[in-house]
Design a protein around this ligand. Structure first.
Ligand code: FAD
Ligand code: UDP
Length: 410
Protein backbone atom coordinates (compact mmCIF):
# COMPACT_ATOMS: atom_id res chain seq x y z
CA UNK A 1 0.00 0.00 0.00
CA UNK A 2 1.26 3.46 -0.90
CA UNK A 3 1.72 5.97 1.91
CA UNK A 4 -0.25 8.44 -0.25
CA UNK A 5 -4.02 8.67 -0.76
CA UNK A 6 -3.82 10.78 -3.91
CA UNK A 7 -1.34 11.43 -6.67
CA UNK A 8 -1.27 14.78 -8.48
CA UNK A 9 0.82 15.23 -11.62
CA UNK A 10 1.77 18.83 -12.32
CA UNK A 11 2.12 21.75 -9.90
CA UNK A 12 0.41 24.48 -11.95
CA UNK A 13 -2.95 25.93 -10.90
CA UNK A 14 -4.82 22.69 -11.66
CA UNK A 15 -2.49 20.47 -9.65
CA UNK A 16 -1.69 22.86 -6.80
CA UNK A 17 -5.31 23.81 -6.05
CA UNK A 18 -6.45 20.18 -6.20
CA UNK A 19 -3.61 19.03 -3.93
CA UNK A 20 -4.27 21.88 -1.49
CA UNK A 21 -7.97 21.10 -1.21
CA UNK A 22 -7.56 17.32 -0.96
CA UNK A 23 -5.04 17.84 1.83
CA UNK A 24 -6.92 20.51 3.76
CA UNK A 25 -10.60 19.72 3.24
CA UNK A 26 -10.21 15.97 2.77
CA UNK A 27 -7.26 15.34 5.09
CA UNK A 28 -5.73 13.24 2.30
CA UNK A 29 -2.04 12.52 1.98
CA UNK A 30 -1.07 13.87 -1.42
CA UNK A 31 2.04 13.33 -3.55
CA UNK A 32 2.63 16.02 -6.20
CA UNK A 33 5.09 15.23 -9.01
CA UNK A 34 6.31 18.12 -11.17
CA UNK A 35 8.77 17.68 -14.02
CA UNK A 36 10.04 21.27 -14.00
CA UNK A 37 12.45 22.34 -11.30
CA UNK A 38 9.83 24.66 -9.81
CA UNK A 39 6.15 24.86 -8.93
CA UNK A 40 3.57 27.20 -10.50
CA UNK A 41 3.34 25.76 -14.03
CA UNK A 42 3.07 28.49 -16.63
CA UNK A 43 2.16 31.08 -13.99
CA UNK A 44 5.63 30.77 -12.38
CA UNK A 45 7.39 34.07 -11.73
CA UNK A 46 10.83 34.95 -10.38
CA UNK A 47 13.18 37.92 -10.11
CA UNK A 48 15.65 38.12 -13.01
CA UNK A 49 19.34 38.95 -12.51
CA UNK A 50 18.47 42.66 -12.33
CA UNK A 51 15.85 42.11 -9.61
CA UNK A 52 12.90 42.64 -11.97
CA UNK A 53 10.04 40.23 -11.21
CA UNK A 54 9.33 38.44 -14.51
CA UNK A 55 6.85 35.82 -15.67
CA UNK A 56 9.07 33.17 -17.20
CA UNK A 57 6.34 31.63 -19.37
CA UNK A 58 4.63 34.80 -20.56
CA UNK A 59 2.57 37.55 -18.93
CA UNK A 60 -0.16 36.40 -16.55
CA UNK A 61 -2.89 38.76 -15.40
CA UNK A 62 -5.47 37.35 -13.04
CA UNK A 63 -9.10 38.32 -13.70
CA UNK A 64 -12.39 36.74 -12.70
CA UNK A 65 -16.06 37.24 -11.97
CA UNK A 66 -16.15 33.99 -10.03
CA UNK A 67 -16.62 34.84 -6.35
CA UNK A 68 -15.61 31.40 -5.16
CA UNK A 69 -12.35 31.46 -7.11
CA UNK A 70 -11.49 34.95 -5.90
CA UNK A 71 -12.28 34.09 -2.24
CA UNK A 72 -10.33 30.86 -2.47
CA UNK A 73 -7.16 32.45 -3.85
CA UNK A 74 -7.46 35.45 -1.53
CA UNK A 75 -6.81 33.11 1.41
CA UNK A 76 -3.26 32.82 0.07
CA UNK A 77 -2.53 36.23 -1.41
CA UNK A 78 -3.43 39.90 -1.49
CA UNK A 79 -3.84 41.57 -4.91
CA UNK A 80 -2.13 44.62 -6.37
CA UNK A 81 -5.27 45.90 -8.16
CA UNK A 82 -3.56 46.19 -11.56
CA UNK A 83 -6.07 46.75 -14.38
CA UNK A 84 -4.64 45.49 -17.66
CA UNK A 85 -4.57 47.91 -20.60
CA UNK A 86 -3.30 46.97 -24.05
CA UNK A 87 -2.51 49.16 -27.04
CA UNK A 88 -2.28 48.15 -30.69
CA UNK A 89 0.83 49.70 -32.24
CA UNK A 90 0.70 50.11 -36.03
CA UNK A 91 2.41 52.14 -38.76
CA UNK A 92 0.60 55.46 -39.27
CA UNK A 93 -0.49 55.24 -42.90
CA UNK A 94 -1.56 58.90 -42.99
CA UNK A 95 1.51 60.20 -41.16
CA UNK A 96 5.11 60.68 -42.22
CA UNK A 97 7.03 57.46 -42.99
CA UNK A 98 8.21 55.74 -39.84
CA UNK A 99 5.53 57.35 -37.67
CA UNK A 100 3.38 54.99 -35.64
CA UNK A 101 -0.09 55.05 -34.15
CA UNK A 102 -1.40 53.52 -30.92
CA UNK A 103 -4.94 52.88 -29.85
CA UNK A 104 -6.69 50.72 -27.26
CA UNK A 105 -7.37 47.03 -27.80
CA UNK A 106 -10.11 45.80 -27.52
CA UNK A 107 -10.86 48.28 -30.32
CA UNK A 108 -13.28 50.79 -28.75
CA UNK A 109 -14.76 54.28 -29.16
CA UNK A 110 -11.38 55.87 -28.38
CA UNK A 111 -9.67 53.63 -30.95
CA UNK A 112 -12.20 54.78 -33.56
CA UNK A 113 -11.36 58.43 -32.93
CA UNK A 114 -7.61 57.78 -33.04
CA UNK A 115 -7.89 55.83 -36.28
CA UNK A 116 -10.37 58.08 -38.14
CA UNK A 117 -10.07 61.49 -36.46
CA UNK A 118 -12.21 62.87 -33.68
CA UNK A 119 -15.32 63.88 -35.65
CA UNK A 120 -15.48 60.98 -38.07
CA UNK A 121 -14.60 58.53 -35.30
CA UNK A 122 -17.40 59.91 -33.12
CA UNK A 123 -19.90 59.70 -35.98
CA UNK A 124 -18.95 56.06 -36.64
CA UNK A 125 -19.12 55.28 -32.92
CA UNK A 126 -22.61 56.78 -32.66
CA UNK A 127 -23.70 54.73 -35.63
CA UNK A 128 -22.38 51.49 -34.10
CA UNK A 129 -24.10 52.33 -30.82
CA UNK A 130 -27.39 52.96 -32.65
CA UNK A 131 -27.11 49.51 -34.25
CA UNK A 132 -25.64 47.42 -31.42
CA UNK A 133 -26.19 49.50 -28.19
CA UNK A 134 -23.74 51.34 -25.97
CA UNK A 135 -21.30 49.23 -23.88
CA UNK A 136 -21.98 46.26 -26.14
CA UNK A 137 -19.23 43.84 -27.17
CA UNK A 138 -19.35 42.69 -30.79
CA UNK A 139 -16.94 40.10 -32.15
CA UNK A 140 -15.00 40.87 -35.30
CA UNK A 141 -16.67 37.94 -37.07
CA UNK A 142 -20.12 39.32 -36.16
CA UNK A 143 -19.20 42.84 -37.27
CA UNK A 144 -18.03 41.50 -40.60
CA UNK A 145 -21.51 40.07 -41.22
CA UNK A 146 -23.10 43.53 -41.24
CA UNK A 147 -24.98 44.33 -44.44
CA UNK A 148 -24.54 48.08 -43.84
CA UNK A 149 -21.79 49.18 -46.27
CA UNK A 150 -20.27 51.68 -43.84
CA UNK A 151 -20.15 49.19 -40.94
CA UNK A 152 -18.84 46.55 -43.29
CA UNK A 153 -16.00 48.87 -44.42
CA UNK A 154 -15.20 49.65 -40.79
CA UNK A 155 -15.19 45.92 -39.98
CA UNK A 156 -12.71 45.43 -42.83
CA UNK A 157 -10.48 48.15 -41.37
CA UNK A 158 -10.48 46.57 -37.89
CA UNK A 159 -10.03 43.08 -39.33
CA UNK A 160 -7.05 44.28 -41.35
CA UNK A 161 -5.38 46.47 -38.70
CA UNK A 162 -6.09 44.51 -35.52
CA UNK A 163 -6.94 40.89 -36.26
CA UNK A 164 -5.75 39.25 -39.42
CA UNK A 165 -1.99 39.70 -39.19
CA UNK A 166 -1.83 39.23 -35.40
CA UNK A 167 -3.86 36.04 -35.75
CA UNK A 168 -1.66 34.81 -38.61
CA UNK A 169 1.39 35.35 -36.39
CA UNK A 170 -0.21 33.68 -33.37
CA UNK A 171 -1.95 30.74 -35.04
CA UNK A 172 -0.63 30.53 -38.62
CA UNK A 173 -4.28 30.79 -39.68
CA UNK A 174 -6.79 33.50 -40.50
CA UNK A 175 -9.40 34.61 -37.91
CA UNK A 176 -12.24 32.92 -39.81
CA UNK A 177 -10.34 29.60 -39.83
CA UNK A 178 -9.70 29.31 -36.07
CA UNK A 179 -12.13 28.57 -33.25
CA UNK A 180 -14.48 31.62 -33.12
CA UNK A 181 -14.26 31.67 -29.31
CA UNK A 182 -10.60 32.68 -29.66
CA UNK A 183 -11.09 36.02 -31.44
CA UNK A 184 -14.26 36.53 -29.36
CA UNK A 185 -11.91 36.92 -26.35
CA UNK A 186 -11.01 40.35 -27.78
CA UNK A 187 -14.25 41.86 -29.13
CA UNK A 188 -14.94 45.35 -30.48
CA UNK A 189 -16.17 47.22 -27.40
CA UNK A 190 -18.63 50.12 -27.85
CA UNK A 191 -17.33 51.88 -24.78
CA UNK A 192 -14.74 54.31 -23.45
CA UNK A 193 -13.57 51.64 -21.00
CA UNK A 194 -10.09 50.87 -22.31
CA UNK A 195 -9.31 47.95 -19.99
CA UNK A 196 -8.52 44.57 -21.55
CA UNK A 197 -10.88 42.83 -19.11
CA UNK A 198 -14.08 44.01 -17.43
CA UNK A 199 -14.09 41.36 -14.70
CA UNK A 200 -15.03 42.37 -11.17
CA UNK A 201 -11.74 41.13 -9.73
CA UNK A 202 -8.43 41.86 -11.44
CA UNK A 203 -4.81 42.11 -10.44
CA UNK A 204 -1.59 40.27 -9.76
CA UNK A 205 -0.67 38.64 -6.45
CA UNK A 206 1.16 41.36 -4.50
CA UNK A 207 4.15 39.12 -3.76
CA UNK A 208 3.95 37.30 -7.10
CA UNK A 209 2.48 33.99 -8.27
CA UNK A 210 5.21 31.69 -6.97
CA UNK A 211 4.72 32.65 -3.29
CA UNK A 212 0.98 32.06 -3.83
CA UNK A 213 1.74 28.51 -5.01
CA UNK A 214 4.16 27.98 -2.13
CA UNK A 215 1.41 28.85 0.34
CA UNK A 216 -1.19 26.63 -1.31
CA UNK A 217 1.22 23.68 -1.27
CA UNK A 218 2.59 24.30 2.25
CA UNK A 219 0.71 21.66 4.21
CA UNK A 220 1.95 18.66 6.21
CA UNK A 221 -0.23 16.33 4.11
CA UNK A 222 1.42 17.44 0.85
CA UNK A 223 4.73 16.19 -0.52
CA UNK A 224 6.01 17.96 -3.63
CA UNK A 225 8.76 16.50 -5.78
CA UNK A 226 10.02 18.88 -8.44
CA UNK A 227 12.34 17.85 -11.25
CA UNK A 228 10.36 14.61 -11.37
CA UNK A 229 9.08 13.15 -14.65
CA UNK A 230 5.89 11.42 -13.49
CA UNK A 231 5.53 9.27 -16.58
CA UNK A 232 8.69 7.40 -15.56
CA UNK A 233 6.91 6.37 -12.35
CA UNK A 234 3.32 5.97 -13.48
CA UNK A 235 2.26 2.98 -15.59
CA UNK A 236 -0.97 1.35 -16.64
CA UNK A 237 -1.40 -2.42 -16.62
CA UNK A 238 -4.54 -4.50 -17.00
CA UNK A 239 -6.91 -1.72 -15.97
CA UNK A 240 -4.79 -0.78 -12.96
CA UNK A 241 -2.66 2.28 -12.28
CA UNK A 242 0.83 1.55 -10.95
CA UNK A 243 3.06 4.00 -9.09
CA UNK A 244 6.69 2.92 -8.95
CA UNK A 245 5.53 -0.52 -10.11
CA UNK A 246 3.04 -0.97 -7.25
CA UNK A 247 -0.76 -0.81 -7.70
CA UNK A 248 -2.00 2.64 -6.70
CA UNK A 249 -5.64 2.57 -5.61
CA UNK A 250 -6.09 6.26 -4.79
CA UNK A 251 -7.24 9.15 -6.95
CA UNK A 252 -4.81 10.23 -9.70
CA UNK A 253 -5.12 13.79 -10.99
CA UNK A 254 -3.19 14.27 -14.20
CA UNK A 255 -2.63 17.85 -15.46
CA UNK A 256 -0.13 17.21 -18.29
CA UNK A 257 -0.72 16.34 -21.95
CA UNK A 258 -3.35 13.62 -22.46
CA UNK A 259 -1.58 12.32 -25.59
CA UNK A 260 1.74 11.97 -23.77
CA UNK A 261 0.07 10.14 -20.87
CA UNK A 262 -0.88 7.32 -23.23
CA UNK A 263 2.34 7.22 -25.26
CA UNK A 264 0.81 9.18 -28.20
CA UNK A 265 -0.89 5.97 -29.25
CA UNK A 266 -3.53 7.69 -31.41
CA UNK A 267 -1.03 10.29 -32.66
CA UNK A 268 0.15 13.60 -31.19
CA UNK A 269 -2.30 16.41 -30.42
CA UNK A 270 -1.29 19.66 -32.20
CA UNK A 271 -0.28 22.73 -30.17
CA UNK A 272 1.28 26.15 -30.65
CA UNK A 273 4.35 27.08 -28.70
CA UNK A 274 6.08 30.41 -28.02
CA UNK A 275 9.64 31.68 -27.98
CA UNK A 276 10.15 34.39 -25.39
CA UNK A 277 12.84 37.03 -25.85
CA UNK A 278 13.55 38.90 -22.63
CA UNK A 279 15.38 42.24 -22.75
CA UNK A 280 16.49 44.33 -19.83
CA UNK A 281 16.90 48.06 -20.28
CA UNK A 282 19.00 50.07 -17.88
CA UNK A 283 19.13 53.83 -17.48
CA UNK A 284 22.22 55.51 -18.91
CA UNK A 285 24.64 55.78 -16.01
CA UNK A 286 28.43 55.66 -16.05
CA UNK A 287 29.63 52.11 -15.85
CA UNK A 288 26.20 50.52 -16.09
CA UNK A 289 25.86 48.67 -19.36
CA UNK A 290 23.20 46.08 -20.14
CA UNK A 291 24.11 43.04 -22.24
CA UNK A 292 22.24 44.80 -25.06
CA UNK A 293 24.41 47.88 -24.71
CA UNK A 294 23.83 51.18 -23.01
CA UNK A 295 20.38 52.61 -23.61
CA UNK A 296 18.33 55.51 -22.38
CA UNK A 297 14.80 54.77 -21.24
CA UNK A 298 11.87 56.95 -22.08
CA UNK A 299 9.21 58.18 -19.65
CA UNK A 300 11.28 57.89 -16.54
CA UNK A 301 11.72 54.25 -15.83
CA UNK A 302 9.49 52.66 -18.40
CA UNK A 303 10.06 51.16 -21.83
CA UNK A 304 6.51 51.51 -23.15
CA UNK A 305 3.19 53.18 -22.39
CA UNK A 306 1.15 50.06 -21.54
CA UNK A 307 1.56 46.75 -19.76
CA UNK A 308 1.29 45.09 -23.15
CA UNK A 309 1.62 46.55 -26.64
CA UNK A 310 0.31 44.38 -29.49
CA UNK A 311 2.02 44.63 -32.88
CA UNK A 312 -1.04 43.92 -34.97
CA UNK A 313 0.28 44.87 -38.42
CA UNK A 314 4.04 44.43 -38.64
CA UNK A 315 7.04 43.03 -36.67
CA UNK A 316 7.70 39.30 -36.29
CA UNK A 317 6.52 39.15 -32.67
CA UNK A 318 2.90 39.42 -31.54
CA UNK A 319 3.33 41.57 -28.45
CA UNK A 320 5.71 43.18 -25.99
CA UNK A 321 4.97 43.11 -22.27
CA UNK A 322 6.71 45.22 -19.66
CA UNK A 323 6.56 43.45 -16.31
CA UNK A 324 7.01 46.45 -14.04
CA UNK A 325 3.83 48.02 -15.41
CA UNK A 326 1.86 44.98 -14.22
CA UNK A 327 3.64 43.95 -11.06
CA UNK A 328 3.86 47.62 -9.96
CA UNK A 329 7.34 46.83 -8.69
CA UNK A 330 9.15 49.96 -7.51
CA UNK A 331 12.54 49.55 -9.17
CA UNK A 332 13.95 52.77 -10.63
CA UNK A 333 16.39 52.76 -13.53
CA UNK A 334 15.81 49.25 -14.82
CA UNK A 335 13.02 47.44 -16.62
CA UNK A 336 12.57 44.06 -18.31
CA UNK A 337 10.33 43.39 -21.31
CA UNK A 338 9.41 40.22 -23.17
CA UNK A 339 8.64 39.72 -26.85
CA UNK A 340 6.50 36.73 -27.89
CA UNK A 341 7.09 34.75 -31.08
CA UNK A 342 4.58 32.03 -31.87
CA UNK A 343 5.27 28.86 -33.88
CA UNK A 344 3.96 25.28 -34.26
CA UNK A 345 4.87 22.97 -31.38
CA UNK A 346 7.28 20.29 -32.56
CA UNK A 347 8.06 18.50 -29.28
CA UNK A 348 11.73 19.52 -29.60
CA UNK A 349 13.60 19.34 -26.28
CA UNK A 350 12.67 22.28 -24.05
CA UNK A 351 9.64 23.30 -26.11
CA UNK A 352 6.41 23.76 -24.16
CA UNK A 353 2.93 23.19 -25.64
CA UNK A 354 1.23 26.45 -24.63
CA UNK A 355 -1.94 26.52 -26.73
CA UNK A 356 -4.24 23.70 -27.83
CA UNK A 357 -5.36 24.21 -31.43
CA UNK A 358 -9.10 23.83 -31.05
CA UNK A 359 -10.95 22.46 -34.09
CA UNK A 360 -13.24 19.54 -34.86
CA UNK A 361 -10.45 17.20 -35.99
CA UNK A 362 -8.22 17.86 -32.97
CA UNK A 363 -11.17 17.67 -30.57
CA UNK A 364 -12.04 14.25 -32.02
CA UNK A 365 -8.46 13.08 -31.50
CA UNK A 366 -8.53 14.40 -27.95
CA UNK A 367 -11.83 12.52 -27.45
CA UNK A 368 -10.00 9.22 -28.04
CA UNK A 369 -7.53 9.98 -25.25
CA UNK A 370 -10.34 11.13 -22.95
CA UNK A 371 -12.24 7.89 -23.63
CA UNK A 372 -9.14 5.87 -22.78
CA UNK A 373 -8.68 7.80 -19.55
CA UNK A 374 -12.33 7.16 -18.65
CA UNK A 375 -11.50 3.42 -18.45
CA UNK A 376 -9.67 4.22 -15.23
CA UNK A 377 -12.37 5.48 -12.86
CA UNK A 378 -9.89 7.06 -10.46
CA UNK A 379 -7.87 8.84 -13.13
CA UNK A 380 -8.92 12.46 -13.69
CA UNK A 381 -7.72 14.68 -16.54
CA UNK A 382 -7.71 18.26 -15.28
CA UNK A 383 -6.28 21.51 -16.65
CA UNK A 384 -5.48 23.39 -19.82
CA UNK A 385 -3.27 20.65 -21.28
CA UNK A 386 -5.06 17.60 -19.94
CA UNK A 387 -8.45 18.84 -21.15
CA UNK A 388 -7.08 20.33 -24.39
CA UNK A 389 -8.89 23.65 -23.81
CA UNK A 390 -8.13 27.39 -23.86
CA UNK A 391 -8.70 27.99 -20.14
CA UNK A 392 -7.71 31.10 -18.21
CA UNK A 393 -6.31 30.69 -14.70
CA UNK A 394 -9.63 31.40 -12.99
CA UNK A 395 -11.40 28.71 -15.02
CA UNK A 396 -8.74 26.20 -13.99
CA UNK A 397 -9.09 27.10 -10.32
CA UNK A 398 -12.89 26.76 -10.62
CA UNK A 399 -12.51 23.33 -12.21
CA UNK A 400 -10.03 22.18 -9.58
CA UNK A 401 -12.40 23.25 -6.79
CA UNK A 402 -15.31 21.51 -8.52
CA UNK A 403 -13.32 18.28 -8.94
CA UNK A 404 -12.32 18.23 -5.28
CA UNK A 405 -15.99 18.79 -4.34
CA UNK A 406 -16.83 15.60 -6.24
CA UNK A 407 -13.86 13.61 -4.92
CA UNK A 408 -14.60 14.63 -1.33
CA UNK A 409 -18.30 13.95 -1.70
CA UNK A 410 -19.73 17.48 -1.90
P1 FAD B 1 0.17 24.41 -16.41
O1 FAD B 1 0.36 25.75 -15.80
O2 FAD B 1 0.67 24.15 -17.77
O3 FAD B 1 0.71 23.31 -15.41
C1 FAD B 1 0.87 21.96 -15.76
C2 FAD B 1 2.11 21.45 -15.04
O4 FAD B 1 2.20 20.04 -15.20
C3 FAD B 1 3.38 22.05 -15.60
O5 FAD B 1 4.14 22.63 -14.55
C4 FAD B 1 4.09 20.85 -16.21
O6 FAD B 1 5.50 20.93 -16.12
C5 FAD B 1 3.55 19.70 -15.38
N1 FAD B 1 3.61 18.41 -16.06
C6 FAD B 1 3.08 18.09 -17.26
N2 FAD B 1 3.34 16.82 -17.56
C7 FAD B 1 4.06 16.31 -16.53
C8 FAD B 1 4.63 15.04 -16.26
N3 FAD B 1 4.50 14.04 -17.13
N4 FAD B 1 5.30 14.85 -15.09
C9 FAD B 1 5.41 15.87 -14.20
N5 FAD B 1 4.90 17.10 -14.41
C10 FAD B 1 4.22 17.31 -15.56
N6 FAD B 1 -4.50 32.96 -17.93
C11 FAD B 1 -5.06 34.04 -17.33
O7 FAD B 1 -6.03 33.88 -16.57
N7 FAD B 1 -4.55 35.30 -17.51
C12 FAD B 1 -3.47 35.54 -18.31
O8 FAD B 1 -3.03 36.68 -18.47
C13 FAD B 1 -2.86 34.43 -18.96
N8 FAD B 1 -1.80 34.60 -19.77
C14 FAD B 1 -1.22 33.53 -20.39
C15 FAD B 1 -0.14 33.75 -21.23
C16 FAD B 1 0.45 32.69 -21.88
C17 FAD B 1 1.63 32.95 -22.78
C18 FAD B 1 -0.06 31.37 -21.70
C19 FAD B 1 0.57 30.20 -22.41
C20 FAD B 1 -1.14 31.14 -20.87
C21 FAD B 1 -1.75 32.22 -20.21
N9 FAD B 1 -2.83 32.03 -19.34
C22 FAD B 1 -3.42 33.12 -18.74
C23 FAD B 1 -3.38 30.69 -19.09
C24 FAD B 1 -2.74 30.04 -17.85
O9 FAD B 1 -1.36 29.85 -18.08
C25 FAD B 1 -3.42 28.71 -17.60
O10 FAD B 1 -4.81 28.86 -17.41
C26 FAD B 1 -2.88 27.96 -16.38
O11 FAD B 1 -1.49 28.07 -16.24
C27 FAD B 1 -3.25 26.51 -16.52
O12 FAD B 1 -2.85 25.79 -15.37
P2 FAD B 1 -2.63 24.22 -15.50
O13 FAD B 1 -2.28 23.74 -14.16
O14 FAD B 1 -3.79 23.59 -16.20
O15 FAD B 1 -1.42 24.04 -16.52
N1 UDP C 1 -6.24 38.99 -31.32
C1 UDP C 1 -5.89 39.74 -32.42
N2 UDP C 1 -5.34 40.98 -32.24
C2 UDP C 1 -5.11 41.49 -31.01
C3 UDP C 1 -5.47 40.73 -29.88
C4 UDP C 1 -6.02 39.47 -30.07
O1 UDP C 1 -6.06 39.29 -33.54
O2 UDP C 1 -4.62 42.62 -30.91
C5 UDP C 1 -6.85 37.65 -31.52
C6 UDP C 1 -5.77 36.60 -31.79
O3 UDP C 1 -6.32 35.62 -32.65
C7 UDP C 1 -5.52 36.06 -30.40
C8 UDP C 1 -6.93 36.03 -29.83
O4 UDP C 1 -7.53 37.25 -30.35
O5 UDP C 1 -4.94 34.77 -30.42
C9 UDP C 1 -7.04 36.00 -28.33
O6 UDP C 1 -6.25 37.04 -27.78
P1 UDP C 1 -5.81 37.02 -26.25
O7 UDP C 1 -5.12 38.30 -25.96
O8 UDP C 1 -6.97 36.65 -25.42
O9 UDP C 1 -4.74 35.83 -26.28
P2 UDP C 1 -3.79 35.24 -25.13
O10 UDP C 1 -3.53 36.33 -24.18
O11 UDP C 1 -4.50 34.08 -24.57
O12 UDP C 1 -2.56 34.85 -25.87
Amino acid sequence: MSQYDCLVIGAGFAGAVTAGELARRGNKKVLVLERRDHIGGNAYDRPDRYGVLIHQYGPHIFHTNDQRVFDYLSQYTAWNGYQHRVAANIPDEAGTPGQRLQYPVPFNLTSLETAFGREEGKRLGDKLIAVYAAEKKVTILELRQSSDPEISALADYIYDHVFVRYTMKQWGQRPEDIDPDTTARVPIFLSRDDRYFQDKYQGLPTEGYTPLFEKILAHPNITVETGCEALKRLTFAGGAVLLDGQPFSGEVIFTGQADELFGFRFGPLPYRTLDFEFETWVERLPGQLTPQGCVAMSEGDFYQTHGTVNYTVDRPYTRITEFKRMTLQDLPGVTTIVKEFSKPYSAAPGEIPYYAIINAENNALYGKYAALAAQYPRLHLLGRLAEYKYYNMDAIVARALALTDVLLGG
